[in-house]
Design a protein around this ligand. Sequence first.
Ligand code: IPM
Ligand code: MG
Length: 368
Amino acid sequence: MEFDITVLPGDGIGPEVVAEGLKVLNAISDRFHHTFRFHHALLGGIAIDTHGTAMPAETLDTAKKSDAVLLGAVGGPKWDDPTKPVRPEQGLLGIRKGLNLFANLRPIKLMSSLLHASTIKPETLDGTDLIIVRELTGGLYFGKPSRQWTNAQGRRAVDTLAYSEKEIRRILLTGFELARGRKKRLTSVDKANVLTTSRLWRAIANELAVDYPDVKLEHMLVDACAMHLIRRPAAFDVIVTENMFGDILTDEASMLAGSMGMLPSASLGTRTWRRNGQTLRLGLYEPIPGSAPDIAGQGKANPIATIQSVALMLRLSFGLDAEAEAVEKAVIDVLALGYRTVDIMEESATLTTTTEMGNIISDRIHHG
Ligand code: IPM
Ligand code: MG
């Protein structure tokens, strides 16, 4: 089959890790005879430098016309001043909103070869395989009013936490559906003892649960969830939560896998279409680690998060399960063979650069 992919390398280590993701896509196209057409566009700091805006209109246009988007990372010290009116993060939020990518999926699966790479005790981590479903286009990130002003008492600022029934329902449904295909446990995370939006969230979750008798729904307050994530991570299956809670919990949970450099993410929208009898769904795929400007250009970045994001793209946007599995298997094999980037390096392992790791994984895919 043929697919159009918008490629947004972005800033910092973004271009380096994205290059390895594209290498893996090329390996997949050789082995499985697909055509992936790459359309490069600008997002983040690099777009500010060249266009004066973090998300130029042509970037959104290109992305809208494509089947999936591969994003590296945005941001860096050069554009870091939070008081500046134009910031790289606006590109990220802009493309999420512009493509209506309401469901952010962050799977956290501990690879047995990395059991000792985490700061958490191996016996606590053993068996960890969870996925956080984060609402991505609502809540505090987008609520209005959001502004700062001055009155007689001094400066004031406001952000707004607002959710509609429709927004809550569709993200909870994503959680229920995912749980149905996994271990059938759904943890809905809120702050219903304080927040009105959370009480609506909880009520809708209970209503939807009637249609999912096979899924065990539990409600958990966000502070308790933060605690249980490191106390008994293996007990979770699918966690579903609103935008800001999800932002915080996904960084915490990423440490369970040893290094952020391992973790992929998928952001899915509402747009689906049929091609060759297959249902395709627009999604944006992005490694969790961010732009890591301190190690940019040194070959130290771990490309596995991006490569795993490519696997999610193949599965979730293109419905290519065997191809996704080929990527995931190559990653597991290469780690079992002892290859490591510096972030996951351990005694007696073989240290690789970003490019070497991408080459070894791509070779592995070529040779099945
Ligand atoms: C993330 C990031 C972003 C977010 C930032 C860069 C705006 O932390 O994807 O988790 O808060 O969503
Ligand atoms: Mg975050």
